[in-house]
Design a protein around this ligand. Structure first.
Ligand code: GCU
Length: 680
C-alpha cells in the first residue's frame, strides 16, 4: 500500500475479472522519434508498464513500424514522416495531442513531445478506469503556463508543507538521490503540468551556490524526460547578501551584470530552465521599492537576464505593506494592495514577465472575492496562483476538495468594459486581451511522506488542479470520479461515497470555520490552523473582520468603506457596492453589518453563524460513517489511515464549532435561538 501511495492515481491496478479485455489492446507499441531521455521514450515505457498492470498483458516497444495493429506514439512531425494520415487530425497547439482508438491501430500523436506523453497518460487513464469506448479526440491546453510551486526551504523544511521534508533539498544543498524527484515529475506529467519552481518564494540566496546550481542540473535531468521544466525562486537582495556587491538596486550596472552572469551559469546547468519566480517587497522580502524603483523595473531586471535563454519571470502580485496598515483607519485595507501597486504598471513589464496573482485579494481564504487585478492586467501577461497545499483549509488533516472553490473564481465574469471576461476561459486563456503567455500556478508542497501530500484523499486536489489548468470548464465531479476510479477502483459504493464526502467538504469547512465571506477565522498569528477569531483583528497583517459588540464585516464599499469594491469593472463594482446586490456568501467581505442583519433565509447574521457551525460540524461528523462503508473495498492501510484523519476532522470540527460560536456569543451577547451556544 505504501507503493500505492507513491503512485498516487498512477497505480495501474489490474482490472477485475478475467483477461478478456487484453485483445482490445495491440501487442506492440511503436514509439517514433524516441531517445532514452525524451518524453516520447518515457511515454512508450509508461504505456508498456500501464498495460501490463491494468490488463496483465505484455507488449513490446519498438521504434520501427510493425506488421499488424500497434499503438503508435509520436510527435505530429514524426507521425507524418512515418506516413501516418494527418488529414483527419484537427490543428494541434503547443502541448496538444490527438488520441484515436477507433481503428486497429491506436494513434497517440502530440504536437510536441509533451503532447505525446499527455496523450499516453489519457489513454492509460481510460484503460485504468475500464473504459474501452472508442475515442477520437484532439485536445489543446487552455494556457501555456501550467506550473506548480514548491515552498521548499534549503534546509529541507517546507513552508506550509504538511507531508514531511523536502524531496529537493536537505542541509542547504540539493539532494543527491533524485528518485522521488522523477516520481513527482511523472505524477505532474500525467496531469499535464509543464513547469515547477522548486524552492520557497521566501528564497534563500544559497540556491545560487555552484554546488546547488549543479544540483539543480540534476533535478532538471530527473524531470526533463517527463516534460517538466524546472525554475527557481530568487531573493531580490542576492547580489548584496550572496554576491558581496554593495547594492542590489535593480538599475545598477554591477547588479545587472551580476544577475546576467548568474543566469548564464544557471542555463549552463539547466539549458531549458523555465525561469524565475520572484516575491519582492512583500512580508519583509527585499525588492525594487527599497531603491525607489518600480516593481516593473524590478521584474524586468530578471526578464532581461532570462530572455536570451527563452525563460520567463513569474512576478508575484502578492505585494503589500503591512507596516502602514492601521485597523483604526476605516479606509485601510490590505485587499486594495495588489491593484494599488500594479494598476499603473500595466504596459511597463517586459513581454516575458508574467504577473502571478493569488486567486483572492487577501490570502487563500476559505471564501474570497476574485482578485480584481485580473481586470487591470490588460497588456501584462498574467497567471492565477492557487493552493493545493491546504494552508488555511485544514492542512490536509481535514478533507476539503478544493475545485468547487477554485471554480467560483475561474467561472467569475469580471465584465471588463461591459464585455464577457470570465477569469478562466477568457482571461487566463489569454483570449480576452490577446495574450500568448498566461496560465496557472499552484502551491503544492509535496514532501517525503509516502502519500505525497500527507493524506490519500488530498491527492484529488493535485489531480484536479492539472485538469482545470488544461481546461477550466472541466467538471469537478467528473474529475473527482476519474481520480477515484484510478486511485481506489471502480466499485460504485467507493465512487458514490467519495463523491458525496468530497462535494460536501468545502461547504462544510466553510460552515464550521468562517461564513459569509468573513475569511477563515483561523489562527493568523502563525500556524494558520485551528480556530482563533480574536486573532483576526488588531493584527498588523491587515486580515481583519472589524468585529465589535454590535456589528461585523469589512466595509469595502466606495461610498463609505475602503473603496475596494471600486477596483472592479463598473458592473461588478456596482454589484458589490450595495448589500442587496452582493451575493450573501460575500456579505461580510464587502459590508459591515449588525449581527441582527437579516439574511434571505430569514436568519440573522449571528444566528446564521451559529446554525452554520452546527451544520458544518454535523457534516464532518458524518464523514467517518460514510467512509466506514468502504471497509473491505479499500485496502486496510489506506482505509485505516483515511478513517483516522476523518475521525480527527470530525472532532476538530466540533472544536471549531464551539470556539467560533462561543466567541461571537460572548462579544455580541445575542443568544442562540436554539439554545446550543453559551448555555453550558
Ligand atoms: C502566506 C503564507 C506565507 C507565504 C505567503 C506568500 O502569507 O502564510 O507562508 O510566504 O503567503 O504567499 O508569499
Amino acid at each position: 500500500a505504501a507503493e500505492d501511495g507513491l503512485n498516487g492515481w498512477l497505480r495501474y491496478a489490474r482490472l477485475p475479472g478475467n483477461n478478456t479485455k487484453q485483445a482490445i489492446v495491440p501487442s506492440s507499441i511503436v514509439a517514433l522519434n524516441s531517445t532514452e531521455t525524451s518524453p516520447v521514450y518515457v511515454a512508450g515505457q509508461e504505456l508498456q508498464k500501464g498495460i501490463k498492470g491494468i490488463l496483465g498483458k505484455t507488449v513490446d516497444v519498438t521504434s520501427e513500424s510493425v506488421d499488424g495493429p500497434s499503438i503508435v506514439v509520436g510527435t505530429i512531425d514524426a507521425f507524418t514522416a512515418a506516413g501516418g494520415d494527418t488529414d483527419v487530425i484537427p490543428e494541434l497547439e503547443e502541448d496538444g495531442f490527438w488520441l484515436n482508438t477507433e481503428g486497429d491501430t491506436i494513434e497517440i500523436v502530440g504536437q510536441n513531445e509533451c503532447g505525446v506523453l499527455y496523450g499516453v497518460f489519457e489513454y492509460l487513464s481510460l484503460l485504468g478506469q475500464g473504459n474501452f469506448t472508442k475515442v477520437t479526440k484532439a485536445t489543446n491546453p487552455s494556457a501555456s503556463i501550467r506550473w506548480v510551486n514548491q515552498w521548499d526551504n534549503m534546509d529541507g523544511t517546507i513552508e506550509r508543507g504538511f507531508a514531511g521534508l523536502s524531496i529537493f533539498f536537505e542541509k542547504n544543498v540539493t539532494v543527491a538521490n533524485t528518485t522521488r524527484v522523477s516520481e513527482y515529475a511523472r505524477l505532474l506529467a500525467s496531469i499535464r503540468v509543464n513547469g515547477i519552481i522548486v524552492n520557497n518564494v521566501n528564497a534563500n540566496p544559497i540556491i545560487l551556490s555552484d554546488e546547488n546550481m549543479a544540483g539543480l542540473g540534476r533535478i532538471a535531468d530527473a524531470m526533463r524526460p517527463w516534460g517538466v521544466r524546472v525554475g527557481i525562486s530568487l531573493n531580490f537582495a542576492s547580489p548584496q547578501t550572496f554576491g558581496g556587491l554593495s547594492t542590489f538596486g535593480p538599475l545598477d550596472e554591477s547588479v545587472i551584470a551580476w544577475w546576467g552572469d548568474i543566469t548564464n551559469k544557471l542555463y549552463e546547468k539547466v539549458p531549458d530552465m523555465a525561469g524565475y519566480l520572484v516575491k519582492a517587497n512583500s512580508e519583509g522580502q527585499p525588492g525594487p521599492l527599497t531603491y525607489n524603483r518600480t516593481l516593473a523595473e524590478g521584474a524586468n531586471l530578471f526578464a532581461n537576464a532570462v530572455k536570451p535563454h527563452g525563460g520567463i519571470v513569474m512576478f508575484r502580485a502578492f505585494v503589500y505593506d503591512s507596516v502602514n496598515l492601521n485597523e483604526s483607519n476605516w479606509k485601510d485595507d490590505r485587499a486594495n494592495a495588489a491593484v494599488d501597486f500594479f494598476r499603473d504598471l500595466d504596459g511597463d513589464f517586459d513581454d516575458n514577465v508574467v504577473v502571478q496573482v493569488k486567486y483572492g485579494p487577501i490570502d487563500f481564504q476559505v471564501r474570497e472575492a476574485p482578485s480584481p487585478l485580473f481586470a487591470h492586467l490588460q497588456q501584462t501577461a498574467s497567471a492565477i496562483e492557487l493552493q493545493v497545499t491546504q494552508e488555511y483549509l485544514g492542512q490536509q488533516c481535514h478533507l476539503v476538495y478544493l475545485p468547487p472553490l477554485w471554480k467560483q473564481i475561474l467561472n467569475f465574469d469580471l465584465r471588463v468594459d461591459g464585455e464577457k471576461s470570465v477569469i478562466g476561459t477568457d482571461i487566463l486563456s489569454g483570449k480576452r486581451f490577446g495574450k500568448e503567455l498566461t496560465g496557472y500556478a499552484a502551491v503544492v508542497n509535496v514532501g517525503h511522506n509516502a502519500t505525497w501530500l500527507g493524506s490519500h484523499l488530498a491527492m484529488s486536489n493535485l489531480y484536479a488542479y492539472g485538469w482545470l489548468a488544461w481546461d477550466p470548464t472541466d467538471n469537478e465531479v467528473t474529475i473527482l470520479q476519474d481520480w477515484t476510479r484510478l486511485t481506489f477502483g471502480s466499485d460504485k459504493t467507493i465512487i458514490d461515497t467519495i463523491t458525496k464526502m468530497s462535494m460536501e467538504s468545502w461547504p462544510a469547512y466553510e460552515n464550521y470555520t468562517g461564513n459569509l465571506g468573513i475569511q477563515t477565522l483561523t489562527d493568523i498569528t502563525g500556524p494558520h490552523y485551528g480556530p482563533n477569531p480574536q486573532s483576526m483583528d488588531n493584527n498588523p497583517w491587515g486580515q481583519w473582520t472589524r468585529a465589535d459588540a454590535t456589528s461585523i464585516g469589512m466595509d469595502r464599499t466606495v461610498w463609505n468603506g475602503t473603496g475596494f469594491a471600486g477596483q472592479y469593472p463598473s458592473e461588478i463594482a456596482a454589484q458589490f457596492e450595495t448589500i442587496e446586490t452582493t451575493p450573501e456568501e460575500l456579505l461580510l467581505w464587502f459590508h459591515h453589518v449588525p449581527y441582527t442583519h437579516v439574511l434571505s433565509t430569514g436568519a440573522t447574521v449571528i444566528q446564521h453563524f451559529y446554525d452554520a457551525h452546527y451544520a458544518g460540524a454535523e457534516t464532518a461528523a458524518s464523514f467517518p460513517t460514510q467512509w466506514a462503508k468502504l471497509v473491505g473495498l479499500v485496502d486496510p492501510q489506506r482505509f485505516d489511515e483515511t478513517l483516522f484523519r476523518l475521525m480527527y476532522q470530525a472532532g476538530h470540527a466540533i472544536v471549531w464549532r464551539d470556539a467560533i460560536s462561543q466567541f461571537y456569543h460572548n462579544i455580541s451577547s445575542i443568544a442562540d435561538e436554539r439554545a446550543r451556544v453559551g448555555s453550558h
